[in-house]
Design a protein around this ligand. Structure first.
Ligand SMILES: Nc1nc2c(c(=O)[nH]1)N[C@H]1C(S)=C(S)[C@@H](COP(=O)(O)O)O[C@H]1N2
Ligand SMILES: [Mo]
Length: 395
């Protein structure tokens, strides 16, 4: 191919879009990859909002206790769609980055529009990269930042989705034209599709992109879907831990080892000046109930298990607490954000909500919360408090 650029000019100059002549790039590729990226971001956004809602202590609309596997599915979709977005975003950015070197438009009006468009894309790209990087760091339990993950990831999620809606609205005519035409169609002043001299066709590039996305999905989906575990190399904590269930924070890490096993442990249930203290044997003498409920960690892994123990509602009845009351669940752990949690009324009253003493028929392992742990349906793992020492009914 001949070039129109004069070869004698050696003066350094910033690159221009023409300096990136790959014919694989083009609106046809960008729009197709972008559509799936948009789908992933939308799924991640909706499930992210649900997860945020589930973790709010007192949301305006109470979080439902049905279905018991709802939060599990939600977090699985969140982590899988976020991971699938990584290869899609890389290809999408590669397909458009020569545009970064476009000369600014001439004339005040055109320049103002140009600045507004580039500004909104800068917000979108940075928010998207921030979400994927912090999300993956969260999944791998790597917290190199000093801010609190949940509110920041939530706020930037809204920013990303806002910028995305704006971007799609502005580009809609282009997107529709590109999706309606052949993959090899040439739009605007693009260099045109590969002519056969290039190692890959646009169809080939798209195929590689879908395969890479599929691999990313398989590599993480095992965190939620047990029979995929063996291929899910990136799924964290999938199956290790005592009693076949993963452990996020061990008893030793929570600093509760000695206190829990001395045999002097008791459970205190408090309500309006009344207090009932129960030993482990006394708890075992109360009616025992068995429920199959998942632990669904916010970080993406989840596992179903059979829990046996005392209904929280039965314990609240001992202190004559009315229905609908919030319960503060306190643990033997003295430090950390999850040492104490708030159990909303609808969870406290649900018959499936237990203080579990047994897991899959065996005495609860210390790392799973021995002597007793909270297990409630459709509740984020992070709020399923282990090593419980008291329940206090809020006035
Ligand atoms: N007291 C206390 N309970 C806790 C935690 C904790 O750090 N401290 N971690 C929670 C988190 S993040 C999860 S996912 C579940 C995991 O329960 P498991 O270790 O029995 O699988 O316990 C929850 N209960
Ligand atoms: Mo968790």
């Amino acid at each position: 191919m001949s070039t129109t650029r004069p070869t004698r000019s050696r003066a350094p100059r910033p690159p221009a879009p023409e300096d990136f002549p790959s014919r694989l790039r083009g609106l046809a590729v960008t729009a197709r990859v972008g559509t799936w990226l948009g789908v992933c971001f939308l799924l991640a956004f909706v499930t992210g909002v649900v997860s945020h809602w589930a973790q709010e202590p007192r949301p305006p609309i109470p979080f439902p206790t049905q279905p018991s596997w709802g939060y599990r599915l939600n977090q699985g979709v969140h982590v899988v769609s976020g991971t699938a977005a990584v290869p899609l975003l890389l290809v999408k950015l590669w397909s458009v980055y020569p545009q970064l070197f476009r000369r600014p438009a001439r004339g005040w009006r055109a320049l103002a529009l140009d600045v507004a468009e580039r500004g909104s894309i800068a917000v979108l790209v940075s928010a998207a990269i921030f979400q994927l990087v912090t999300g993956l760091q969260n999944v791998t339990h790597w917290y190199p930042w000093s801010f609190s993950f949940r509110p920041v990831h939530d706020a930037v999620g809204w920013l990303a989705i806002g910028a995305l809606v704006l971007h799609v609205a502005v580009k809609l005519p282009l997107i529709r034209a590109a999706l309606g035409a052949d993959v090899d169609a040439v739009h605007g002043d693009e260099p045109g599709p590969p002519t056969g001299g290039e190692p890959l066709s646009r169809r080939g590039l798209l195929r590689v992109t879908w395969v890479a996305t599929g691999v990313a999905v398989l590599a993480t989906a095992g965190g939620t879907i047990p029979w995929l575990r063996r291929v899910s190399v990136l799924a964290p904590r999938s199956g290790d831990g005592p009693q076949g269930l993963p452990v996020n924070r061990s008893a030793r890490a929570a600093g509760v080892t000695a206190a829990a096993v001395t045999g002097e442990w008791t459970l205190t249930v408090r309500h309006a000046g009344r207090e009932t203290v129960l030993t482990r044997d006394e708890l075992l003498a109360l009616p025992q109930h068995t429920e199959r409920l998942p632990i669904a960690c916010v970080e993406g892994w989840s596992a179903q298990a059979t829990w046996t123990g005392v209904r929280v509602r039965d314990l609240l009845d001992l202190v004559e607490a009315r229905r609908g009351r919030e319960v503060v669940v306190d643990s033997l752990q003295t430090r950390g954000a999850f040492a104490t949690t708030l159990l909303p009324g609808q969870f406290a009253d649900d018959d499936r909500t237990l203080l579990a003493l047994r897991l899959d028929g065996e005495t609860l392992a210390l790392d799973h919360g021995y002597p007793v742990r909270l297990i409630a349906p459709n509740r984020p793992g992070v709020l399923q408090t282990k090593w419980v020492r008291s329940l206090e009914v809020r006035a």
